[in-house]
Design a binder for this molecule. Structure first.
Ligand code: NI
Length: 138
């Protein structure tokens, strides 16, 4: 890293001890990497708030025997086709399917897509993971 900058942080000892315990449990090898991740998280949250384009994944688990559900989920995805980069379908067992929908777009539209999928009867779980497109971060 050519533009590496070092800076000091003054902290209450108790706060630092708590932070060290936390980052140890999270397998960070040093404080710098943990602090870098916290800063990145804050910047990514700011991208969501500012309505910047974000990337993400919507992970669904559903029972494909539920009447019309698979078709309904496909119809919804076609309504939002401009957001969807790819989908992966995994047959978990005889009844359950997992679908991973990779998305890129405005956070509000992605949340709308996720909410529409989640609200359908027979969808057992739906989780939305939002991350950055990486463009704004070093
Ligand atoms: Ni399946």
């Amino acid at each position: 890293m050519s533009n590496l900058v070092r800076f000091g942080i003054s902290l209450d000892k108790e706060l630092l001890d708590g932070f060290d315990t936390l980052i140890h449990a999270q397998n960070y090898s040093n404080r710098s990497e943990a602090i870098r991740d916290l800063i990145r998280e804050s910047l990514i949250r700011e991208e969501w708030i500012k309505e910047e384009e974000i990337a993400g994944t919507i992970t669904l688990v559903y029972d494909h025997h539920q009447r019309e559900l698979a078709n309904t989920l496909i119809d919804i995805q076609h309504d939002f086709h401009q957001l969807i980069i790819s989908t992966q379908h995994i047959h978990l067992d005889h009844h359950n399917c997992m679908e991973i929908v990779v998305v890129k777009g405005k956070p509000k539209e992605i949340e709308e897509l996720s909410q529409q999928l989640k609200s359908k009867r027979g969808v057992k779980h739906c989780s939305l993971g939002m991350t950055t497109t990486g463009k704004e971060l070093k």
